[in-house]
Design a protein around this ligand. Sequence first.
Ligand SMILES: [Zn+2]
Length: 208
Amino acid sequence: MVAPNLETCQYGYMRQNDLMAEERDGFRFRGGCPAIDLPATLQARLKPAPRELLAVPEDVRRWMVAAGLTDTAPPADEGDLALARRLREAIYDLAVHRHGGSGPPNGSVDSALDVLNQVAALPAATPALSQSGNVRLSGPMTAFIATVARDAVHLFGSGAPIRQCQSPACTLFFVDTSRAGDRRWCSMKGCGTKAKVAEFRRRKREGA
Ligand SMILES: [Zn+2]
């Protein structure tokens, strides 16, 4: 990985095949690590009515499991839901401010940094090595959210190439791990294919 100091992007978390799918339990994981995938839980950001995937506390628990942080996440309450959403918007805002994007952000860099650093300062989840050789985290839900925040701190601080998908309708960010550093889409199967089809139709129209 580009940013090996991210706990949840370490080998023990990401090596299972079932964690490689771009969509898991209704959530999108196209960015390369959970911290940059969290903003994807607010879908269709540029539309008048975005779709909230973290609608109830249980959704936060489901996301943590889908993200591969744990098999059995602890229950989440309303406070965890609010915290997860605040962290999500802080990560999104920092990505837009620092790495460009079609935004608009919710607020300033300073307010995003305040939120991110406050959440990262909370006690984080405890990692443990299982008999099968996997890494799994444990702790209350707040600690899982703090772990994601800490990873976001390291991700932004690592200089990793964070980019936004170039599809005009897509606001997803990803860590560009391509060798040439020229990845354009959050997903080749999704936005990449749509763009190719649109380009093909445009050429056909113009060539006709
Ligand atoms: Zn996209």
